[in-house]
Design a protein around this ligand. Sequence first.
Ligand SMILES: NC(=O)c1ccc[n+]([C@@H]2O[C@H](COP(=O)([O-])OP(=O)(O)OC[C@H]3O[C@@H](n4cnc5c(N)ncnc54)[C@H](O)[C@@H]3O)[C@@H](O)[C@H]2O)c1
Length: 338
Amino acid sequence: MKLLVTGGAGFIGSNFVYYMVNKYPNYHIINLDALTYAGNLENLLEVEHKPNYTFIKGDISDAQNVDGIFRNGVDIVVNFAAESHVDRSILEPGIFVQTNVMGTQVLLDAARKYNVKKYVQISTDEVYGTLGDTGMFTETTPLAPNSPYSASKTGGDLLVRAYHETFGMNVNITRCSNNYGPYHFPEKLIPLMISNALNDKQLPVYGDGLNIRDWLYVEDHCSAIDLVIHKGISGEVYNVGGNNERKNIQIVETILEALDKPKSLITYVADRPGHDRRYAIDATKIRNELGWQPKYNFETGIQKTIAWYLEHKDWWTRIQSGAYQEYYEKQYGGRLGD
Ligand SMILES: NC(=O)c1ccc[n+]([C@@H]2O[C@H](COP(=O)([O-])OP(=O)(O)OC[C@H]3O[C@@H](n4cnc5c(N)ncnc54)[C@H](O)[C@@H]3O)[C@@H](O)[C@H]2O)c1
């Protein structure tokens, strides 16, 4: 079985590559990644010499390059490749449409042309928009994206749906809540707070800090995708989430407590425009129909994550240089006190 993983040098993609390379030694895993700022081959050091793993640098929206890869044989596609950071989508929406919409279309065309057995689109709960104090997103919740990021992910999802309806392709879409765990790029909430706390830097918290996200340890997301690849019913959407709703400020306080750092490091900054208030995923369908069960709850997952960042200081300090620092200044610099 030849499995094409796109975006496998990013956070979830690299965790998924490890998961699949180790679990299925008989599968060949091809990782196609453009190595944008978020792609980091240092995430994959422990698999790069495995015989069932190949890395190819390339853009999913480059039709010629993608065609060449499919021509050599691909059985399954799992598309993680995306521009994924909401704040960046507010600064530069065009690249989000290019990768998340156009790139998806290029992959779908190639998958169709070469009769790929299964195409899985890794989407997000953000396509559903925002929730009030109650309720949860189900697979039938209307799509109502609020950021250029989530709008571009919605565009990708709709193309996947249309290729199933129009061409009968065997596709699935997964919509997962917020992931956390190893190899999470340090611009995102949890690794940013851990690394800032360890450096005794201010911890920038948007707005009142009461926005709620539903957190899932990344390995549990990988096991869900594995099930969808092998058991997903063609054309179906599966929500993935572990019922771990937490306010952003609770996450920050948990991290400070675990690292024995003072709450005085917390600095509230102007809220993100269009900031969704609450996400919560109802994952009943994947639990009941595919038998998925997460292994970690938030308490066990966050302690494992903090321990990983303590052990891998080299990994994140190397990222926190160059372009990343410039971006950090642009995003938070003007809003922080001294
Ligand atoms: N992080 C989350 O909490 C979360 C939750 C639900 C769904 N998702 C989805 O999961 C996927 C992966 O998210 P992530 O957090 O690992 O993202 P990430 O930003 O860490 O990784 C994205 C990867 O895609 C690559 N990439 C970007 N543009 C590309 C292109 N044009 N061609 C080829 N490769 C390209 C990057 O180099 C990077 O390696 C995304 O599709 C995202 O929408 C993420």
